[in-house]
Design a binder for this molecule. Structure first.
Ligand SMILES: *[C@@H]1O[C@H](CO)[C@@H](O)[C@H](O)[C@H]1NC(C)=O
Ligand SMILES: *[C@@H]1O[C@H](CO)[C@@H](O)[C@H](O)[C@H]1NC(C)=O
Ligand SMILES: *[C@@H]1O[C@H](CO)[C@@H](O)[C@H](O)[C@H]1NC(C)=O
Ligand SMILES: *[C@@H]1O[C@H](CO)[C@@H](O)[C@H](O)[C@H]1NC(C)=O
Ligand SMILES: *[C@@H]1O[C@H](CO)[C@@H](O)[C@H](O)[C@H]1NC(C)=O
Length: 348
């Protein structure tokens, strides 16, 4: 398996900035992050936005948005692998984990924020957001099923969540609860219908950008009851909250990580809220986990956290300058949880 992955994966990171709503419009600071003594490490110096972390059979997998990667239309999902969480290899874009798209999408769909879980029957479900064919200014959340982490995944014919009348749905993030129940958190893309300003939503009246939690059947693709709202933006969050990532610590506390601010601006950050019940209510932590300036990072956001034996591993993206322009590079860190507090493991 590892030999196949090694052959399939080649360092091929031709990144071209695109003028989409996610394009970087701020200049990264001259200080280059990734220095040894920092708890955060830059592991992919290429465009790898919204990374999602999966551990399977001794290999780390990271899936990422591909719309600004310069291979638009060739690869829907980016994949990188690592044997040790330190050395990461970007897979060739021709090895697309999601080669086919469902009929509900526009061809060459603008595909964002893939997220993968392994179900009880050992198959893998890949969740993603992409442009809905019936409302092309909107993204909706869909799913695809595969036999291995690297795919190929078979797309379902209809979306899982498609509230186009309130801006659509993006940033799917799955969790298997302690009782085996599967939940999918996602963001209602309300700022997509905003009145302008940062990320289209700092000119009143501001739109809601709720994080919803949808319980799923054991197939990981069929909704079970209506979604529940577990978070929404506040005045301090600026235009939005998005990029949810939900985990349950060994102490039984649910941590809901999310980003606020605007992804294109230094205001983008990482916050978290905690609850003793997966459906909430979630109480926001008074501290931010990451913000611009921490360890020289610019606009850090979109975390994905996974437990590996006794260690909690995290990936996220931040803006960096490359020969191809400003991109969102992938970083890693280790986290320590203490009741309702999350902090960086300085030893990572
Ligand atoms: C796990 O990895 C090992 C070593 O690469 C391989 O021999 C084995 O087939 C893999 N098992 C599964 C279930 O993928
Ligand atoms: C990462 O890979 C390089 C080159 O293959 C190797 O020299 C280095 O020891 C590896 N690092 C770790 C921590 O395994
Ligand atoms: C688009 O289709 C989805 C279901 O596939 C539906 O939920 C949504 O309301 C539709 N939007 C419009 C504008 O027709
Ligand atoms: C979590 O909250 C829901 C909704 O209020 C409730 O039905 C459920 O019993 C709670 N679960 C636990 C484990 O307390
Ligand atoms: C957890 O936090 C409490 C309260 O701040 C502190 O007293 C305790 O030492 C911490 N435990 C660990 C293992 O760091």
């Amino acid at each position: 398996m590892l030999v196949i992955i090694a052959v399939v994966c080649a360092v091929l990171a031709i990144v071209l900035p695109r003028k989409t709503r996610d394009s970087p419009i701020v200049t990264p600071p001259s200080a280059s992050p990734g220095t040894e003594h920092w708890p955060c490490r830059e592991v992919l110096h290429s465009n790898f936005p919204d990374p999602n972390l999966l551990r399977h059979n001794g290999t780390w997998y990271a899936f990422a948005t591909n719309n600004a990667a310069g291979h638009f239309g060739l690869s829907h999902v980016q994949l990188a692998t690592s044997p040790d969480f330190v050395n990461w290899t970007l897979c060739d874009y021709t090895e697309d984990p999601l080669p086919k798209l469902g009929d509900w999408l526009v061809p060459k769909s603008n595909l964002w924020a893939p997220n993968v879980l392994q179900r009880a029957d050992s198959k893998f479900v890949l969740y993603y957001a992409a442009t809905a064919a019936n409302a092309t200014g909107n993204h909706c959340v869909g799913a695809a099923v595969g036999d291995s982490p690297q795919g190929p995944y078979d797309p379902l014919p209809t979306p899982l969540a498609c509230p186009t009348e309130i801006g659509g749905a993006i940033d799917p993030s799955s969790i298997i609860d302690s009782d085996g129940s599967i939940y999918l958190a996602y963001k209602v893309d309300g700022n997509n219908r905003g009145n302008g300003g940062d990320c289209e939503n700092t000119v009143p009246p501001l739109k809601d950008t709720p994080i919803l939690l949808q319980k799923l059947e054991q197939d990981g693709t069929t909704p079970l009851g209506p979604p529940v709202k577990i978070l929404d933006r506040t005045y301090e969050d600026g235009p939005l909250v998005e990029a949810p990532n939900l985990i349950r610590t060994v102490e039984g506390i649910y941590f809901l990580f999310f980003s606020s601010g605007c992804t294109r601006l230094p205001s983008y950050d990482v916050k978290y809220a905690t609850s003793s019940n997966i459906t909430g209510p979630y109480v926001r932590s008074p501290k931010r986990l990451l913000k611009t300036g921490d360890m020289g990072l610019l606009a850090p956001g979109s975390v994905s956290v996974t437990q590996d034996k006794s260690k909690w591993r995290m990936v996220f993206h931040a803006r960096v300058k490359t020969d191809f322009g400003g991109v969102r590079a992938m970083y890693t860190a280790n986290l320590i949880f203490n009741k309702t507090d999350a902090s960086f493991d300085p030893a990572s």
